[in-house]
Design a protein around this ligand. Structure first.
Ligand code: VG1
Ligand code: CO
Length: 635
């Protein structure tokens, strides 16, 4: 991988790898609204898929680019709504984070449209009629077509305005930020997050409501119910919107505005962090930084933020152009799928700091020179240092939280800082209520998700800026040539203070569903028969259960969130099935063990955890049930 692969930012945020059937670069096409006098010679609409052009009756206001100060051109016509008959599809149940399927499944006629209509049918009309919705995505294959479908159904259901990121691009955290800033009614995110993209891979859709938070199960269950009985889709009879140019188009009472996906988010980051502090670090000649956008959505954010605002060198951004297939990669920032970056950091004379983010920009991986920070440690270290180093937390965090399988490193920080602490199920949607109630500021998941109540999603770039703030603060008085405090120094000091929670996760991706389900049933049965004091090898059982969570704010209960065996020394082995895969079943095994003795902190995690890993594999009979000898991914 070339470190300087971002030679320049293309005029379009998205470089296209595949030919898009809706894309229209044909200058000979004719359009019913071609009489509009454009402020710029580039056509505003790309409209090949629109069949009934002669019947169009719509009101069009063209403001063209926001850079222009000329008045908009308006044609006064009404928005017509058409009703499209449809039939239900099976299996449109959302998982941990949205609905994810193979692209080919989503490309079936009306498949996506059904789900979007089912969503509108699930919401009280006052939640969206004449309201504002945000639309963004990670740039993956099928987003362009999907954006047009979503815009038309929003129009058909009486939404007032859709704000869509240029080229359909907007990261998950930026959508959450924009929903909050613009006081929108909600937003759609076109992404299967860390799942690979392209015609043969995955596509996904998430819905966040007005607080910027992923829709809770009460909404997603209703959507699923409606997908089973849907019979018609309401669509605004409007042409495709040109997503490649900023500007606003009105159709009667409905309008679409193509917006800059970066500006609102960047402004928020400038309010949260001390940019001049971070700049003082990134512009040092004795500090080398590298950010790997994995050809995913943060490619659109990395240069404006790290290079233009914070003074990082342009060649510090790697894979910085979003591609529809993520450059044939798997946009998951972990030791396996971001191996190129890991190799650079562990190579000879590697940089001082490395980071990566996933498809939709909500995950992060933090690396120091030849050093990997586990996400469970990362959130604990950010929490421990937040008040001192990040202006947003200057009065101290209100509370801390983690997902159940995430290691207990954060618990120890909460205890020491005397902060309220919460343990929630896997998935970001469980943090939002706590934040809205002012009970929670900083939280994280072991799956490379870290964030705070500045928005209601995990936030990859936020986590990188938080780490840069810590390193910058620790080195702010260092003269050129003096040895800098490194990422590994910060982590080692943290372990010395709090002890180390060794943690590892084994993923067995795309197993046969039957075997994986049987294994979970077997474990549940084992849980029901086990009692405190039972011996598991050299470990003694404290308790075993299938995690149930009662939301302290609204009292809602979710059960069966992961089978866990917790031993008397605090060690844990946890088993769950992924809710984000698109094929078969992915088994996740989480292993954790606490080590207070600083002289043992520098042992490799796999070595330290070996006895517990063996115990997890034998207790679950994983090999027997799944036929798998080795995990697909170890983190
Ligand atoms: C995974 C992670 C979970 C995360 C979810 C969405 O879910 O384990 O912690 O919240 O992905 O992240 P699962 O059900 O596959 O274990 V993302 O970046 O895909 O929106
Ligand atoms: Co993601």
């Amino acid at each position: 991988m070339a470190l300087n692969s971002l030679a320049s930012r293309p005029s379009s945020l998205l470089s296209r790898k595949f030919k898009n059937s809706n894309a229209n670069n044909d200058s000979t096409f004719s359009h019913p609204i071609k009489s509009i006098s454009f402020l710029n010679p580039i056509p505003l609409f790309s409209n090949l898929s629109f069949k009934n052009a002669s019947q169009v009756s719509s009101s069009v206001t063209v403001k063209a680019s926001s850079a222009s100060s000329s008045p908009p051109t308006t044609i006064d016509q009404e928005l017509r709504i058409k009703t499209v008959p449809t039939q239900p599809f099976e299996g449109q149940k959302t998982g941990t984070s949205g609905l994810r399927k193979k692209v080919k499944v989503f490309m079936q006629e009306n498949y996506l449209a059904n789900w979007i209509q089912a969503l509108f049918d699930s919401l009280p009309p006052e939640d969206y009629k004449n309201g504002v919705l945000i639309l963004g995505g990670d740039g993956r294959y099928f987003n362009r077509e999907a954006a047009q479908i979503i815009i038309k159904i929003a129009a058909g259901n009486g939404v007032g305005q859709v704000l869509v990121g240029m080229d359909g691009i907007m990261s998950t955290p930026a959508v959450s930020a924009m929903i909050r800033k613009r006081k929108a009614n909600g937003g759609f995110i076109m992404s299967a997050s860390h799942n690979p993209g392209g015609p043969d891979y995955d596509w996904g859709i998430k819905f966040n409501y007005s607080s910027g938070q992923p829709a809770p199960e009460s909404i997603t269950d209703k959507i699923y119910g409606n997908t089973l009985s849907i019979s018609e889709i309401k669509m605004g009879d409007i042409p495709d919107v040109d997503l490649s140019r900023l500007g606003r188009v009105d159709y009667g009472a409905f309008s679409v505005e193509v917006v800059d996906p970066v500006a609102d988010y960047l402004e928020l980051m400038e309010n949260v962090f001390d940019f001049s502090l971070i700049r003082s670090l990134l512009s040092r000649s004795d500090f080398r930084f590298i950010f790997d956008a994995m050809h995913a959505v943060t490619g659109a954010y990395a240069k404006p933020i790290f290079v233009d605002k914070l003074g990082a060198s342009p060649d510090s951004i790697s894979n910085g152009v979003p591609l529809e297939d993520f450059g044939h990669g798997h946009p998951d920032p972990n030791l396996t799928y971001a191996k190129d970056l890991v190799d650079v950091l562990y190579g000879e004379n590697g940089p001082d700091f490395g980071a990566a983010s996933d498809g939709d920009g909500d995950r992060n991986m933090i690396l120091g020179r030849a050093f990997f920070v586990t996400p469970s440690d990362s959130v604990a270290i950010i929490a421990a240092n937040a008040q001192e180093t990040i202006p947003y937390f200057k009065t101290g965090p209100k509370g801390l939280a983690r997902s159940m399988p995430t290691s207990g490193a954060l618990d120890r920080v909460a205890e020491k800082l005397n902060l309220p602490f919460y343990e929630v199920p896997t998935g970001w949607k469980f943090f939002g209520n706590l934040m809205d109630e002012g009970k929670l500021s900083i939280c994280g998941e072991e799956s490379f998700g870290t964030g705070s109540d500045h928005i209601r999603e995990k936030d990859g770039i936020w986590a990188v800026l938080a780490w840069l703030s810590i390193i910058a603060y620790r080195n702010k008085d260092k003269k050129p040539g003096e040895k800098l405090i490194s990422v590994s120094d910060v982590v080692n000091e943290h372990w010395a203070t709090y002890g180390r929670n060794f943690f590892s996760r084994y993923d067995y991706e795309e197993c046969e569903s039957e075997g994986a389900n049987k294994m979970i049933e077997y474990l549940r049965d084992l849980v029901s028969k086990s009692k405190a004091g039972d011996k598991y090898g050299s470990y003694t059982l404290h308790f075993a259960d299938d995690f149930t969570y009662t939301d302290p704010v609204d009292g809602s209960v979710v059960s069966k969130q992961g089978v866990r065996f917790v031993f008397t020394d605090g060690s844990r082995i946890i088993f769950r099935l992924s809710g984000t895969g698109s094929a078969g079943a992915t088994v996740r095994v989480y292993i954790e063990q606490f080590e207070p003795d600083a002289s043992k902190h520098n042992v490799d995690a796999q070595t330290a955890l070996k006895p517990l890993i063996d115990l997890a594999l034998s207790t679950s009979k994983l090999k027997e049930f799944t036929g798998r000898e080795q995990p697909t991914v170890i983190t």
